[in-house]
Every structure is written in structure tokens, then in C-alpha cells.
Ligand binder design. Sequence first.
Ligand SMILES: Cc1cc2nc3c(=O)[nH]c(=O)nc-3n(C[C@H](O)[C@H](O)[C@H](O)COP(=O)(O)O)c2cc1C
Length: 187
Amino acid sequence: MSEIIEEVTHRRARRAIDESKPVPGETLDRMIEAAHMAASCSNKQPWRFLIGDEGEVRETLCEHLLGGNYWAKKAPVLIAVATRERDDCQLNANRNYALFDTGMATAHLILQGTKEGLYVHPMAGFDAPALKEALGLDDEVILVTVIAVGYPGSEEHLNEKHLESEHSERSRMPIEKVASRSAFQFD
Ligand SMILES: Cc1cc2nc3c(=O)[nH]c(=O)nc-3n(C[C@H](O)[C@H](O)[C@H](O)COP(=O)(O)O)c2cc1C
């Protein structure tokens, strides 16, 4: 019987990351390669990744995380993801594909990392204007996410809410709301 891809079912946005176990460079390279194999509109490949696995880049990304992402400061690797609308198809009816394609590539990266036994947790909780300035990015660049990457570790440093979520069931809307054979369902 056919099953859902294992990495899809195993992946969760977990936070108990081991700060003392480094992520090998080859593992990160495979994650980036997986991302770079994603489909994109007219093969535009608008995704850009900045890998903070040591030194200044990691420090800069870390400094700009918002308070709720305190747990991610322990991650041995932080990866910033960026794109620009002009680097991808911009079609009629509001179809600008840069974010879509960058999201697809990021999903590949996350699933590859999951397969490698890592927690790979994307975040929107960072000070985007300040981080853009720190990285010398102009207005056109969309800093989409910063991703925390690391091996599973102790839960000791997690607050109560995050501790609970670490062991929670996956929470999703009813599937009938997001998929239909008759019509789209928007509120
Ligand atoms: C674009 C995006 C931004 C997110 N931002 C944060 C964040 O800043 N901090 C955080 O702890 N989790 C963040 N998450 C994780 C989500 O909260 C999580 O994916 C969601 O609750 C579903 O849980 P699951 O991934 O374990 O299925 C983000 C996820 C995505 C895709």
C-alpha cells in the first residue's frame, strides 16, 4: 500500500535543539542541493540561501531573532532565505511566483534535513527591517524566513508553552476545508 512520504509525516516544527552537536557541512550541502532541485516558473530559481553555520553570519541572524524565538539562539545553524519578485515570473491576476517558488525550495530543504535526523524549523519571528540593513540588502529583497537547524537535544531550556507543543499532536483544519472536489472554500 502506498503511504505518505515518511519525512512529511515525521517533520514537526520542534524547538529542543542540541546546541553542542554541530551539523556537518556535507549535510547542509545536501539540504541546499535538495532545495535547488525544486521546480520554479520558467526555471527562474529565485531562491537565495545564506548559511550561518559559524562566525559572523550566524551571529548576525541570531541577534535579530525576536524574543519568542529564544530557543533558536541555541541552534548551531541558522539559514536565512531571501528572494526578489523580479527574479521570477510576474504574471497577470496577481501571480508573482518568487515567494511560491522560494517556498517550494525551502520545503525541499526542510524535508532533506528531516531525513538527515535534524530539526529544521522556519521562523517569521525576526526583525526583518533591521536584519535586512545588517546584511546590506536593499528594499527589493524579501527576507522570507530564518530557519533554525540542529539535532534533537534537551528540552530543559523550553518554556512551558513550547514544552507542551513539543509533544502535542499535529494541529490542522479539517481537510474538507482545504480540499474539495466541487469548489474552493474561503471564509
Ligand atoms: C512561515 C513560517 C513562519 C514561522 N514562524 C515561526 C516562528 O517565528 N517561531 C516559531 O516558534 N515557529 C514558527 N513557525 C512554525 C509554525 O508555528 C509551525 O509550523 C506550525 O505551528 C505547525 O506545526 P508543525 O510544523 O509542527 O506541523 C513558522 C512556520 C512557518 C511556515
